[in-house]
Write a protein that binds this ligand. Structure first.
Ligand SMILES: *Cc1c(COP(=O)(O)O)cnc(C)c1O
Length: 419
């Protein structure tokens, strides 16, 4: 049998992480470089980069110590700069975005948000924050940064011209999120990013909902792709982590800030996230299909005033989602017609298969009450729809059978009773 050229030892590594492969294949290959899966001096290696625990890295001699090490992944220095397990995860995430040149890992998504804003803003600067932002994003900008004489204003994500008009001399950063993780509006990210870039404003997108698999944010003009890995990448509701992926020199500025602040993730957590990443594609496909089935069913229910899922034809944001996204996820919301808080609680409490909890993107389904109105300060949402009670529920669909989940929801509506 002839050896396939790709299997020659030297060629093998070059094969990995090639960005011309399709996403499903890349998820299998990402981050599995020989130097992180093998033992030096020995042929062969293991499949997954092992958990490589270390605080101290030993130097060969004083000359080695004095020689210095590049401040880059792949070069031992001290445990706070990570080791092979963290490097493999960061490398894998970088490879998910062809335009990226590096990834910094953080102990949570919020740590990634806070550190990124601190890295890129100085006293006197201004940051524009999308009005539908994840609440801690808004609180960091309007609260913590205000104490440093950094101004923050919300912008309407559905109005790119208005956004452009808000950009002033001191505006340095724009925080985007699409879809919003409660209200699910999709904004015209390429248009917003183009307006920002024209005026020298750096854009960060919280891409936790779609991940680069469903929305390649850097390819759509954003400068920084930020994710809570706690959600889809972890995928099993047992690890907290965040990531920031970008090209140079932005990723270097964020890395410096992260090092100033001593941000580090454990190799055990990095291995869990890397394991989650391998199956993220199939999990997302499955939870997307289930979410769409549930959304269609819910949209027909007389108790439901609005179904907020960009994946649902006819729902707000669907056109932009179809134009820009290559995938979805299991996270969507509904607004109830005539319910009060007690009725909504009867519905949610009667659900067997949906846990009640924050977070999302795990293998298990979740439901949580929320109210859409306070999320938006600049316009009524959803637009042009009678939002009935104004009381919402957000669902995160997991990997259960869709029929079982629908039966569970039917049980919930029965328990809620007639308005
Ligand atoms: C959960 C979440 C975060 C924060 O991530 P943590 O890992 O929980 O700190 C950021 N953005 C969005 C959209 C989220 O849902």
């Amino acid at each position: 049998m002839g050896r396939r050229p790709g299997h020659a030892q030297g060629d093998r590594r070059a094969l990995l992480n090639r960005s011309d492969r399709r996403p499903a294949t890349r998820l299998v290959e990402l981050g599995r470089r020989r130097e992180w899966t093998g033992v030096p001096g020995q042929p062969g290696g293991v499949v997954s980069p092992p958990v490589w625990r270390a605080s101290t890295h030993l130097y060969d001699d004083c000359a080695d110590l004095a020689g210095g090490r590049p401040n880059e992944d792949g070069h031992f220095y001290y445990g706070r700069r990570g080791g092979p397990t963290q490097w493999a995860l960061a490398d894998a995430l970088t490879s998910l975005s062809p335009a990226a040149e590096g990834t910094e890992l953080f102990p949570s998504g919020v740590a990634a948000l806070a550190c990124t804003m601190l890295a890129l803003l100085r006293p006197g600067d201004e940051v524009l924050v999308t009005d539908n932002a994840y609440e801690p994003t808004r609180n960091i900008a309007m609260g913590m940064l205000a104490r440093m004489d950094i101004a923050a204003r919300p912008f309407d994500p559905l109005d790119p011209a208005g956004f452009a008009a808000m950009i002033g001399e001191n505006t340095k950063l724009a925080m985007l999120e699409s879809p919003g993780s409660l209200t699910m509006e999709v904004c015209d990210v390429p248009a917003l990013a183009a307006e920002a870039r024209k005026r020298g404003v750096v854009t960060v997108i919280d891409n936790t909902w779609a991940s680069p698999l469903g929305f390649p944010a850097l390819e759509h003009g954003c400068d920084i792709d930020l994710m809570s890995l706690t959600k889809h990448v972890g995928g099993h509701s047992d690890v907290m982590m965040g990531s920031v992926t970008a090209a140079r020199p932005l990723i270097d500025r964020i890395r410096r800030q992260a090092q100033f602040m001593g941000q580090v993730v454990s190799p055990d957590d990095a291995a869990l996230a890397l394991r989650g990443l391998r199956t993220m594609g199939v999990r997302l496909e499955r939870s997307t299909a289930t979410a769409l089935e549930l959304a269609r069913w819910l949209d027909e229910r007389p108790e439901v005033a609005a179904t907020l899922s960009p994946m649902l034809p006819g729902a707000p944001g669907h056109d932009l989602w179809q134009r820009d996204f290559t995938g979805g996820c299991g996270l969507f919301s509904i607004v109830l017609k005539h319910a009060d808080v007690a009725a909504r609680a009867r519905l949610i409490d009667a659900l067997d298969l949906f846990g009640i909890g924050f977070s999302w993107g795990g293998f298990e389904s979740l439901a949580i009450p929320f109210d859409p109105a306070p999320v938006h300060t600049l316009r009524a949402w959803p637009p042009g729809i009678d939002t009935g009670s104004g009381l919402g529920i957000r669902f995160s669909t997991g990997l259960e059978d869709a029929g079982d989940l629908i039966e569970d929801l039917a049980r919930g509506f029965a328990a809620m009773g007639d308005p």
